[in-house]
Design a protein around this ligand. Structure first.
Ligand code: IMO
Ligand code: MG
Length: 371
């Protein structure tokens, strides 16, 4: 199958889980390279429904190796919870089947608290995050003050670093009028998780390069979508990682020239959870889809905002990601309609607009033009 990058071409929730599961049959290794447990990938296999947040969906198929790469941010307690839920559903997760990068950054309870507080303080301008602490965790990574998986598995070093981080963050939380977090509680919970995760933690870059040498096929499972990308998305209404194809390289250590193809997943319509501009948003199609029980978030249960297919956005996504092949999902959601609308360009005043403007205010002012 060669090495394949799969990306979301819209605002996330494009049905990536289903396509990844389909492609996994032909892959040896499935890699997550960015994001965290803000992702929610639903896969239905036979009678059973699985929801994955951090673990690549390849885990549902025996003999596939799953890698959580260096670009992912990991909440270790929630990762252990996910492993246990899957085991409870009968999924085998042995050593050698799941590999976790020792360079991946960690998400802590103070990240989640800060995420929530920042959203609250923004009021009407809030981003509508998943409140999983993703933004603050990537913030620490960029500020070079984060703790990583390699710290977590070294108890003495971890203890000292955690103590300093909690002291710093409790001062910030206090300044924002919130209660701090308890060092002991966090330390105990994270040490418990460390014991369970230690067997999986390794240098995943070396593992992936050995796999490349051996000619094994790797599938890079994108989370979120192109317009949630920190660089190319509808900033600031984005997530904090590179959700576009380039993120698969930086987030895994596999070089660009080893990637063979890029598949873009898009719905036959558009959805978005959280705030931010959405030119083709349409209440009628939203009511219809929600009435069918469709379009409720896998991570937060929120009703997703819905609208018509936006070819301006997806054309731009095809360009940024270098999309070679497209998978269109959820066509059946539109079965009951005689006509569907497709937005071919936007209009702002008299101006024809064929590329999404960088300024999200300008994007919000764009009117969709349909065929
Ligand atoms: P999957 O992988 C859809 C959105 C949030 C919010 C913004 C920032 O299932 O497609 P964050 O918690 O990341 O700081 O929130 O990004 N968001 C997603 N929307 N699908 C996702 O993942 C998302 N992950 C984050 O709703 O608007
Ligand atoms: Mg999802």
């Amino acid at each position: 199958m060669a090495n394949t990058i799969l990306v979301g071409a819209q605002w996330g929730d494009e049905g990536k889980g289903k396509i990844i599961d389909f492609l996994t049959e032909h892959a040896d290794i499935v890699v997550r390279s960015q994001g965290g447990n803000n992702a929610g990938h639903t896969v239905i296999l036979g009678e059973k429904k699985y929801v994955l947040h951090l673990i690549p969906s390849g885990i549902l198929r025996p003999k596939k190796v799953c890698v959580i790469g260096n670009g992912v941010v990991i909440d270790p307690v929630s990762l252990v919870g996910e492993i246990e839920t899957l085991k409870g559903q009968g999924v085998r997760i042995g050593k050698g089947q799941l590999l976790i990068s020792d360079a991946a950054h960690l998400v802590f309870p103070y990240h989640r608290k800060l995420d929530e507080l920042r959203e609250m303080r923004k009021g009407r301008d809030k981003i509508g995050t998943t409140k999983r602490g993703i933004g603050p965790a990537y913030g620490d990574k960029a500020a070079r003050t984060g703790l990583r998986m390699c710290d977590l598995v070294q108890p003495e070093i971890f203890k000292e670093k955690l103590r300093a981080k909690i002291k710093e963050n409790n001062a910030i939380l206090k300044a924002l009028g919130a209660a701090g977090v308890s060092f002991k509680e966090v330390h105990d919970a994270y040490m418990g998780a460390a014991e369970k995760l230690r067997p999986f933690v390794t240098n995943t870059v070396v593992y992936l390069h050995e796999a490349l040498k051996a000619g094994r096929d790797i599938l890079f499972e994108g989370a979120q979508g192109t317009f949630l990308d920190i660089d190319h998305g509808t900033y600031p209404y984005v997530t904090s990682s590179n959700t576009t194809a380039g993120g698969a390289c930086t987030g895994s250590g596999v070089p660009p020239h080893r990637m063979d193809r890029v598949i873009g997943v898009m719905k036959a319509y558009t959805t978005r959870v959280g705030e931010g501009p959405f030119p083709t948003e349409d209440a009628v199609i939203g009511d219809m889809l929600h009435g069918m029980g469709r379009e409720f978030g896998a991570t937060t249960g929120r009703a997703r905002r819905c609208g018509w297919f936006d070819a301006v956005a997806t054309r731009y996504a095809a360009m940024i990601n270098g999309i070679d092949e497209v998978a269109v999902t959820n066509l059946d959601g539109l079965d009951g309609l005689d006509w569907i609308k497709v937005c071919t360009h936007y209009k702002a005043g008299r101006k024809k607009i064929e590329v999404p403007p960088a300024d999200c205010q300008h994007l919000g002012d764009c009117e969709p033009v349909y065929v």
